[in-house]
Design a binder for this molecule. Structure first.
Ligand code: DGJ
Length: 358
């Protein structure tokens, strides 16, 4: 059994460092499919597209190639080369037998201002994925769990009164939905994102919204290709990015980061009895040296490894903005101490770690 050594170069079947950043994993037909951003040497913009790698053991990775390429010619396309495609995630729809990808899309030349979610679909886990389109989710919809009282306060919020950011009054207004209101008509901003399929087959899209100030959890339609309009907010004005979610024994756990660009910061953790909350914040799940900067990384996914009891693997990216393709990966087992997730750095570990826990 080969060891997992976080932070080192991870070579694929061609001897090249795996290029699947901000990634996520799909388990299908006893195979792991790892999807991520292809990053080139000089820019973080998308020059190639979304990559897929496959493996039966999580350590030997076959490069399955570019499963959603950027568009090279049609300059009207959302995904023209030079746009930003981040944090792709793929889920399998049992009913339609389709593989559905969502990712964070920024339009070429517009920095991070577009804040859109894009969707693509395929008949095979290794693509090709057909690009469907992009949007800002939940246009015209209010969080479904807003009380009449909260709605009355929301109705009084006026952007004009809060020109200065980061004041206590502004924070309070953000928490009450100032930016939800601002973006109500055109749809809610959506940047760092995650997908989650629950035990009943319902899928959810979790994303940093409201200028990264508040996370939204939004229900996807039965075919996973659109939003139903039902959504709730998580940690209003909590400033969270990089959501990674998993479920254990009926509890939903959410690991996030703060917002410091490509620099690492301290991870946060929340739990809830339902995907709709209420979410309770816990201390940083990372412990030991460099735990205050998530060991130099930023969360991207938590993989529930099938066939093993309580086997959850935390996945994070060590970004290298000056040389993006040299970004590295952190994969560490999630330990449970009195039921609470704990993540400890390990220079090297093997998957039989989980067998020893039983
Ligand atoms: C942090 C996010 O988590 C990344 O996905 C990326 O959007 C960078 N910010 C860009 O600075």
């Amino acid at each position: 059994m080969k060891p997992i050594k976080s932070g080192e170069l991870w070579l694929d079947d061609k001897g090249v460092h795996v290029n699947a950043h901000g990634g996520g994993m799909l388990v299908y037909d006893d195979t792991y499919y790892w999807y991520g951003e292809n990053k080139c040497d000089s820019t973080s913009a998308a020059m190639v597209g979304i990559m897929c790698y496959s493996s039966r053991n999580l350590t030997d990775w076959k490069n399955e190639g570019v499963v959603l390429p950027v568009e090279m010619n049609d300059t009207t396309s959302d995904i023209i080369q030079g746009c930003i495609m981040e944090r792709p995630k793929v889920i399998y729809n049992e009913k339609t037998k389709k593989f559905v990808m969502w990712f964070h899309l920024e339009l070429k030349g517009k920095g991070y201002s577009a804040a859109r979610s894009a969707c693509a679909v395929s008949d095979s886990p290794v693509g090709p994925f057909q690009y469907i389109g992009s949007l800002r989710p939940n246009a015209g919809k209010l969080p479904f769990d807003m009380t009449e009282e909260q709605k009355a306060v929301f109705d009084t919020l006026n952007l004009e009164n809060f020109k200065e950011w980061w004041t206590p009054e502004w924070r309070e207004a953000i928490a009450k939905g100032l930016f939800v209101k601002r973006d109500l008509e055109g749809g809610q901003m959506a940047r760092d994102m995650q997908l989650f399929v629950d035990d009943d087959g319902k899928a959810y899209h979790i994303f940093s919204s409201e200028d990264n100030l508040t996370l939204h959890v939004a229900e996807l339609s039965d075919d996973y290709l659109s939003h139903t309009g039902k959504y709730a907010r998580i940690a209003p004005c909590g400033h969270n990015e990089a959501p990674a979610i998993f479920k254990k024994d009926g509890t939903y756990w959410l690991i996030t980061s703060g917002c410091t660009g490509w620099d690492p910061n301290e991870a946060r953790m929340f739990s809830a009895p339902s995907i709709w909350g209420p979410w309770t914040q816990h201390p940083n799940p990372c412990v030991g040296p460099k735990s205050e900067i998530t060991f130099g990384g930023q969360s991207t996914y938590v993989l529930n490894i099938p066939g093993k009891k309580d086997a959850y693997m935390f996945m994070a990216d060590i970004w290298r903005p000056k040389h993006p393709s040299d970004a590295r990966y952190i994969w560490l087992p999630v330990q449970f101490k009195e039921g609470t997730p704990v993540i400890e750095w390990m220079d090297s570990w093997t998957l039989d770690y989980f067998d020893k826990q039983e």
